[in-house]
Design a protein around this ligand. Structure first.
Ligand code: MLT
Ligand code: MN
Ligand code: ZN
Length: 309
């Protein structure tokens, strides 16, 4: 059984975002209708002792403080953190690595491409190579996640390439596809030794070819990109100038949106994660929240816990 904790349900910027006064950000600041949410990350464990964090959010320090099972319990300097896995090199998924620089040994897994990005940025050398081993994920292969001592954590993963976009801070305006490649964005199937990987985590996904949908089977659980509700939400809300597609995200609604595309795939759970603060599904009384619930989906929230068989 895989234990799952949502450490951060929001997209980059979080909820509230420091410079945003949209409806959800104001409500979260007032603490009235909705609770603040930190940036995009989950933690999983096979044994309830060693924890694997998927994506290192800029809010990781706060997330570790808020999550009892991630507190140090074995002496003056320790942590249940065994490994960090990255699904891309976005700021909201890698900046938290800088906060993990206190000498704690863990393993760091990412695609070759994302490892090269980290390698090319000297600031990540704060993660001392003696303590933090960097390991390349093998796409389309089921593999065990090992801790820094070389022991199997019991967590198994199958990484797979998905349509996405190169990280915003790496975009090359001159290059086709802004200079992105197939290993920029991955999804992960996660599970435990001896059973199928039944949790699918795709916090950033810009299109859904059948080859991705067919990876999931009845009874699986899905945490999927819920950045925006509509394609032009950033523009219509006055928050920005880019469409969801331009940012590398599939909107929730519309004929090509996530709800329509996942319709008919019978799953144990369909949950949105990486929700931008402009997304009205964050507001509990919104018609957009009612729409996703009627379609069998729900939102995640910081501290949400569940188990996957
Ligand atoms: C995204 O999910 O589109 C990125 O996190 C955007 C960003 O880097 O701000
Ligand atoms: Mn993001
Ligand atoms: Zn906002």
């Amino acid at each position: 059984m895989l234990r799952v904790i949502v450490l951060g349900a929001a997209a980059g910027g979080g909820l509230p975002q420091w410079n945003c006064a949209c409806t959800a950000c104001r409500a979260a600041r007032e603490g009235a209708q909705i609770t603040p949410q930190t940036q995009s990350s989950i933690a999983v464990s096979a044994d309830g002792v060693r924890w694997v964090v998927v994506n290192a959010s800029p809010d990781i320090r706060q997330q570790f403080s808020a999550t009892h099972v991630l507190h140090p319990i074995k002496g003056p300097r320790s942590s249940p953190l065994s490994s960090v896995l990255l699904t891309n090199a976005d700021v909201d998924h890698v900046a938290g690595l800088l906060s993990l620089r206190e000498g704690h040994p863990f393993t760091l897994y990412a695609t070759d491409r994302v490892l090269r990005v980290l390698q090319g940025n000297a600031i990540f050398n704060v993660l001392d190579r003696g303590s933090v081993e960097r390991l390349a994920l093998r796409l389309d292969q089921v593999q065990s996640v090992f801790d820094a001592q070389g022991c199997d954590t019991g967590v198994r993963i199958e990484p797979f390439a998905i349509p996405g976009k190169v990280a915003l801070w790496l975009e090359d305006p001159e290059a086709a596809g802004f200079g992105g490649g197939p290993e920029d964005t991955i999804g992960l199937a996660l599970g435990t030794t001896g059973s199928r990987c039944r949790l699918f985590y795709m916090p950033g996904c810009s299109a859904l070819p059948d080859a991705i949908k067919s990876r999931l089977a009845r009874g699986d659980s899905l945490l999927f990109d819920g950045t925006t509700f509509t394609e032009d939400e950033m523009i219509s809300s006055g928050a920005g100038s880019k469409t969801a597609s331009r940012m590398g995200h599939l909107p929730i609604s519309g004929a090509r949106g996530a709800v329509a595309q996942w319709e008919g795939v019978s799953l144990q759970r369909k949950l949105f994660i990486h929700m931008n603060n402009t997304n009205p599904v964050l507001l509990p009384d919104s018609k957009e929240r009612a729409f996703i619930r009627a379609a069998g989906w729900d939102t995640t929230y910081d501290g949400m816990e569940f188990c996957v068989e």
